[in-house]
Design a protein around this ligand. Sequence first.
Ligand SMILES: [Zn+2]
Length: 230
Amino acid sequence: MLFVFSISVVGRYSEENQIKETLKGKRHLTKTEMSMENNGYVDVLTLDKSLKVSLMYTRPDNFTGRVLYDDLTRAYLHPLAAGAVVKAQKRLQELRPDLSLKIYDAARPMSIQKKMWDVVKNTGHSFYVSNPANGGGLHNYGLAVDITLCRLDGDTIPMGTKVDNMTYMSHIDKEEMLLRQKKISMEAYNNRLLLREVMRYAGFKPLKTEWWHFNLRSRAQAKKYFKVIK
Ligand SMILES: [Zn+2]
């Protein structure tokens, strides 16, 4: 219901624009997507069409084995984070014009965070999911992104593990050891460094346990200055 999403990030998305778009038949937004836009979150593809988006929780082949996003296929972010992803993409294009960033997850409403927590809370995977009772994580503010590198046709390149691999193989502070033990290839190692280089350039900070996850703000900053997406 709309009143649930009454917080406003940067003011209301112009209703007039929505009507214009609907008349043109350009973008068909779901209820969740509409409320994201009403609250000022930005569909990153509207800023930079060269980005690739493939949200992993829209498909059952994620770590929960279930579809968690049944009416969200667009990568929404807080405007600051959306701008930063575009900056990272531009930096990547300068360094490697043959590559693109590919977004696996972006803003995640708290309602979906609760669904995810219910699936993992009594399993070994709970370490990797922010408990909604503790305010959730940076995805719930639209300030975090799960992201990888891909070729221009969208095919991903080696990163050592698949996204959401919940073992030490995904830990960025274990990479030197993983490389020495030949558990990840030199190519994957270098690709991870490149991903971190362009994301750091744009102001993101990596997470120690997930090579694909980047935060634009700390959790403390988010709690103090930003609002959770309900
Ligand atoms: Zn993440």
